[in-house]
Design a protein around this ligand. Structure first.
Ligand SMILES: C[S@@+](CC[C@H](N)C(=O)[O-])C[C@H]1O[C@@H](n2cnc3c(N)ncnc32)[C@H](O)[C@@H]1O
Length: 220
C-alpha cells in the first residue's frame, strides 16, 4: 500500500541499525518499512494505547512470530529495552517527545517529528550533545518538521535562527520552506488584528520571518 508523503519522509530518515524502536508506533507502518528493507536486526514497537498497538501487532505479526519484532504497551520508553540504537518518535507534540526522552533513555540515533515546538526539541538535542544531521520542513496537507540526530556525527554549527527554523531550511532552502514562511507571516498578520495584547511579540516574530525570508529566498 502507498504510504503518505509524511510517512515516506520519516522512513527516508531511518538508517540501518542494530535495534530499531518506534515509540508511539500506532499503525506500525514505519517499523514495517524498516523490517521489510532489512534495516535492523531487531525491532521494538510501542504505544501507550493498547488499541493502537494492536494495529501494529497485526501488521507485523509474522515478524513478531519469528522473534524479530517485539511489542510493548507502555507510556513512552518505559518498557523498551535500552539496547535500541535508533529510535523514532513521530506525530506527537515536541513537549511530549521531550518528556519521553527525559524519562526514557538517549539512543545513538534519533528520528523525531514533533507536531509543534520543534525549536525546543532542537535545543534539547544540542544540549544533550547530539549532532543534528538533518532538519527540515515539508508539506503534506500541513507543514511538518523532521529532525534526525546522532551522537557521533560531524557537528553542524547551530545559531539561534537554525534552532528556530531548522538548519537545512536555512542552508539549503526549498520552495516548501518558503511557502511555510509565507504561511507563518500571514498567520502573524491575522494574529496582530485578533490579539492586540500580543502585538509586540507578533511584530518581533514578523521581523524574524522577514529576515529569514530575505536570507533564504535568494538561495533557492
Ligand atoms: C498521531 S499518532 C502517530 C503515529 C506514528 N508515530 C506516526 O507518526 O504516524 C501518535 C501515537 O502516539 C501514541 N502516544 C501518544 N503519547 C504517547 C506516549 N507518551 N507514549 C507512547 N505512545 C504515545 C498514541 O497512542 C498514538 O498512537
Amino acid at each position: 500500500m502507498k504510504r503518505s508523503k509524511r510517512l515516506q519522509r520519516l522512513c527516508a530518515e531511518i538508517k540501518a541499525c542494530t535495534v530499531f524502536a518506534d515509540v508511539g508506533c500506532d499503525h506500525g507502518y514505519c517499523a514495517e518499512y524498516v523490517l521489510k528493507n532489512g534495516l535492523c536486526g531487531r525491532c521494538y514497537i510501542s504505544d501507550i494505547s493498547a488499541a493502537s498497538l494492536k494495529k501494529a501487532e497485526r501488521l507485523l505479526s509474522e515478524y513478531i512470530a519469528e522473534g524479530i519484532a517485539y511489542s510493548f504497551c507502555c507510556a513512552g520508553m518505559e518498557l523498551i529495552p535500552k539496547d535500541a540504537d535508533q529510535v523514532l518518535i513521530a506525530g506527537m507534540g515536541g513537549e511530549e517527545i521531550l518528556s519521553i526522552l527525559r524519562e526514557g533513555f538517549l539512543p545513538e540515533r534519533l528520528v523525531l517529528q514533533p507536531m509543534k515546538n520543534a525549536a525546543k526539541v532542537r535545543k534539547y538535542l544540542l544540549e544533550e550533545g547530539y549532532s543534528i544531521t538533518r532538519d527540515y520542513t515539508f508539506f503534506d496537507g500541513k507543514y511538518y518538521d523532521v529532525i534526525s540526530a546522532e551522537r557521533c556525527a560531524a557537528v553542524r554549527e547551530y545559531d539561534e535562527k537554525s534552532v528556530w527554523f531548522g538548519y537545512d531550511n536555512l542552508h539549503h532552502p526549498t520552495q516548501e520552506f518558503l511557502d511555510y514562511l509565507k504561511a507563518e507571516t500571514e498567520k502573524c498578520e491575522r494574529q496582530k488584528h485578533s490579539a492586540p495584547t500580543q502585538v509586540q511579540a507578533v511584530e518581533e516574530r514578523l521581523e524574524l520571518l522577514r529576515e529569514v525570508w530575505n536570507e533564504t529566498s535568494r538561495n533557492l
